[in-house]
Design a protein around this ligand. Structure first.
Ligand SMILES: [Zn+2]
Length: 166
């Protein structure tokens, strides 16, 4: 089937000029299976979005994504859950059992009542080799504690941007 080339029809050209549209531009179809809606994106950035863990994508760098955004996740219904950024054993279990998780792109670290954060999952960092971290090194308690104290979601997302599809 040959599509009509509207760019050569004078009525459309006039209409475009009247609208002040200098070029034809481009657009991408919104696929709700692969692209987040405006509301979903807003929820991810703010309070988080509860999704079934089976819907998480595992990216090539071993990080997690929900549709077109790289995310961190935590368990729901737990008072001070850890945050996970990769497919560690625990996240794998959630994916297999299809439990609900809270996905987020917020760089605001969740806080504990005493002001300390519940912390990043060390197994996730070892799984993805974050900053040279491996499963052998995280067994050293002092090393693990230092990494935990220094880890920031803002630094994580500047190295692994939420928009992984670009
Ligand atoms: Zn983890």
């Amino acid at each position: 089937m040959k599509l009509v080339d509207f760019s050569e029809q004078s009525e459309w050209l006039q209409l475009r000029q009247a609208m002040g549209a200098a070029d034809t531009g481009s657009f991408e179809l919104h696929d709700p299976e692969r692209h987040l809606s405006h509301q979903e994106l807003k929820a991810l950035a703010e309070q988080g979005l509860v999704i079934p863990a089976s819907r998480l994508l595992l990216l090539k760098d071993r990080t997690l994504a929900h549709k077109n955004r790289r995310v961190w996740v935590r368990q729901t219904g737990v008072e001070y859950p850890q945050w996970h950024v990769s497919s560690c054993h625990e996240v794998d279990q959630w994916r297999h059992k299809n439990v609900d998780v809270l996905a987020s792109i917020s760089t605001q670290e969740p806080e504990l009542a005493d002001g300390k954060t519940s912390g990043i999952c060390m197994a996730c960092l070892a799984e993805m080799g974050y900053q040279g971290i491996d499963s052998r090194r995280i067994r050293r308690v002092d090393f693990a504690e230092q990494v935990k104290a220094e880890f920031s979601l803002a630094a994580f997302f500047s190295e692994y941007p939420p928009d992984w599809s670009v």
